[in-house]
Design a binder for this molecule. Sequence first.
Ligand SMILES: Nc1ncnc2c1ncn2[C@@H]1O[C@H](COP(=O)(O)OP(=O)(O)OP(=O)(O)O)[C@@H](O)[C@H]1O
Ligand SMILES: O=C(O)c1ccc[n+]([C@@H]2O[C@H](COP(=O)([O-])O)[C@@H](O)[C@H]2O)c1
Length: 188
Amino acid sequence: MKIGLYFGSFNPIHIGHLIIADTLHDRTDLDQVWFVVSPQNPLKKRQSLIHEFDRLRMVELAIEDNYQFKASDVEFSMPKPSYTIDTLAYLTDQYPQHQFCLFLGSDNLTQLKRWKNYQTILDNYEIFVYPRPGEAKTFEHPNIKLIDAPLLDISATFIRKSIIEGKSVKYLLPEGVADYIRDKKLYQ
Ligand SMILES: Nc1ncnc2c1ncn2[C@@H]1O[C@H](COP(=O)(O)OP(=O)(O)OP(=O)(O)O)[C@@H](O)[C@H]1O
Ligand SMILES: O=C(O)c1ccc[n+]([C@@H]2O[C@H](COP(=O)([O-])O)[C@@H](O)[C@H]2O)c1
């Protein structure tokens, strides 16, 4: 099977993530999308990062009606911070029957040259990139595939801020995720 790995902090998962995953899945020959919840992005120091178990649970709630989407906690038992090349090597070793590729927002493509062993990632994995407002195209490589799709000006940062300010995030989050945040009083 061909699997698209969608790595992220998902703090929390929002409808932008779901639209991106669905668009990339629809426009490629991928069989499944795995949402890989990263405990700690090596380049982001965030005090508002809630526990990875809550972030994983919200991903599970968000994708439960889509059998082609899976949630992965593979990075929970790996060393922190979460280096993508190490997870790719682990998954490639664990699942030799699968072919893996990556999903990135274009903000992360801009940052890619700061990632651990980015050249190895580039040379060995196809990368599908969803455009993000404010991000210019940075570099080209045969394995980088830019997808032409509507810009989505939605971020988890905006959602966290809105919750703190008591503003509505009703249509920015899947319903189950909004309920989970409310019940557990997260991000307040
Ligand atoms: N609106 C968006 N457009 C394009 N890509 C996005 C968008 N939101 C998230 N992504 C991509 O999804 C992946 C996971 O993103 P992440 O969980 O960090 O969400 P975020 O909304 O960027 O969070 P935060 O605001 O906390 O940084 C990254 O590759 C990111 O580039
Ligand atoms: O491997 C790296 O050096 C590296 C550097 C920055 C980000 N990443 C990964 O990129 C993914 C997206 O992160 P985020 O916080 O934008 O959702 C997440 O899985 C991070 O662990 C990985």
